[in-house]
Ligand binder design. Structure first.
Ligand code: ATP
Ligand code: MG
Length: 365
């Protein structure tokens, strides 16, 4: 490599359904945006999900794990399809997704919900409420009630079955809070921590530890909100939010709620970050087997995931901005895939949408 040139290795996990279509386009966009900013990529494509089951009989081969771990970032398409729906539990494609997340030890899930001016009408909310929404949910991914012990179903003294789970949090709060403060810093500098500190002990600790960290981020404005209020505020006035940080279960619910505000499943990216290893970047949509192989998929969610890879995975913010801008240019020029089509716009397929974005990455000044 010539001096000053930065080189990264990216593992591509196309997966199943529309995964391969959208990942191959996002790869081209990454390469183009990188080359304009002096960044080079080595791409390594590895099997996961149903594709891996067909190839080697497991949803996540060892070779895929080691390639992913050795790389600087991982870009995933989607996993699953009708073909493997009746597989027994450990041979389900989706198992591959859970396993790669575990292998990479990702604990912070970042999900933006942005209502682009060109797609305001897709929103489930009224135009004046939806317009200008641009928020990010940072969800803790490895702790809380989904994993806490003790858990189980047991029979009590009256012979009645009792189901129970435990919300447990300690140092994991600091870890996710730091990611959230850093994320808010890269955005508009506002962080809202969501908990249920009026009822839950783990939430009292959550609020205490998040508050204690705030002094290290004087440029970030921290506020707190109870989760029931946050759920309400998200549909009442989502514009008030910049970055939201919350625990595993609240984040699961709020990030899905936030994504519905945009109304465009084909547009939404995500990032899952670890402490120091490679992050995992993927669209929030699934493998969409109903349109797979028909050149109908919207590649923008994966292209925007590639932008998150650059911004949050590699710190290459300029190249990331190029991709985000290129998506806006393609939309401004009226190009739409079927899922976001409306009268008066130009209906294109997956490939053509990719070409339009690619052109615009190029034409930036
Ligand atoms: P999973 O269970 O894998 O998370 P799902 O089956 O719940 O996913 P998707 O695979 O995301 O859901 O598909 C839901 C619907 O949205 C389908 O009708 C699909 O065609 C459509 N869809 C999903 N992603 C896209 C996309 N990128 N472009 C166009 N349509 C999409
Ligand atoms: Mg599905």
């Amino acid at each position: 490599a010539s001096p000053g040139k930065k080189r990264y290795t990216i593992t591509l996990l196309p997966g199943d359904g529309i995964g391969p279509e959208v990942v191959s386009i996002a790869k081209n966009v990454l390469q183009q945006a990188g080359s304009l900013e002096g960044v080079e990529f080595n791409f390594r494509e590895m099997p996961i999900g149903g594709a891996a089951l067909d190839l080697v009989g497991v949803p996540l081969p060892e070779e895929t794990i080691s390639a992913a771990k050795e790389s600087d970032a991982v870009l995933l398409g989607a996993i699953g399809g009708y073909k493997w729906d009746n597989n027994e539990k450990h041979l389900r494609p989706e198992k591959g997704l859970l396993q790669i997340r575990a292998a990479l030890k990702v604990f912070a899930n970042l999900r933006p919900a942005t209502v682009l001016p060109q797609l305001v009408d897709a929103s489930t909310l009224k135009r004046e409420v939806a317009e200008g929404v641009d928020l990010m949910v940072v969800r803790e991914l490895t702790g809380g009630i989904y994993f806490g012990e003790p858990r189980g179903i047991k029979t009590n003294e009256n012979g009645e079955e009792v189901g129970f789970n435990t919300e447990v949090y300690a140092h994991e709060i600091d870890r996710i809070a730091r990611v959230a403060f850093e994320t808010a810093r890269k955005r508009r500098g506002k962080l809202c921590s969501v908990d249920k500190a009026n009822v839950l002990e783990a939430s009292i600790l959550w609020r205490k530890r998040v508050t204690a960290l705030a002094s290290e981020y004087p440029d970030v404005e921290l506020s707190h909100m109870y989760v029931d209020n946050a759920a309400m505020q998200l549909v009442r006035d989502p514009k008030q939010f910049d970055t939201i940080v919350t625990n595993n279960i609240f984040g699961d619910i709020l990030s899905d709620e936030a994504s519905m505000i945009t109304g465009s499943i084909g547009m939404l990216p995500s990032a899952s970050l670890s402490d120091s290893g490679p992050g995992l970047f993927e669209p929030i949509h699934g493998s969409a087997p109903d349109i797979a192989g028909q050149d109908k998929a919207n590649p923008l969610a994966t292209i925007l995931s590639a932008a998150m890879l650059l911004k949050y995975g590699l710190g290459e913010e300029k190249a990331a901005k190029r991709i985000e801008d290129a998506v806006l240019v393609a939309l401004n020029n009226g190009f739409r895939t079927g899922d976001i089509y409306s009268a008066g716009t130009k209906l294109v397929g997956c490939k053509e949408m990719g070409e339009e974005v690619l052109k615009s990455v190029d034409s930036q000044v």
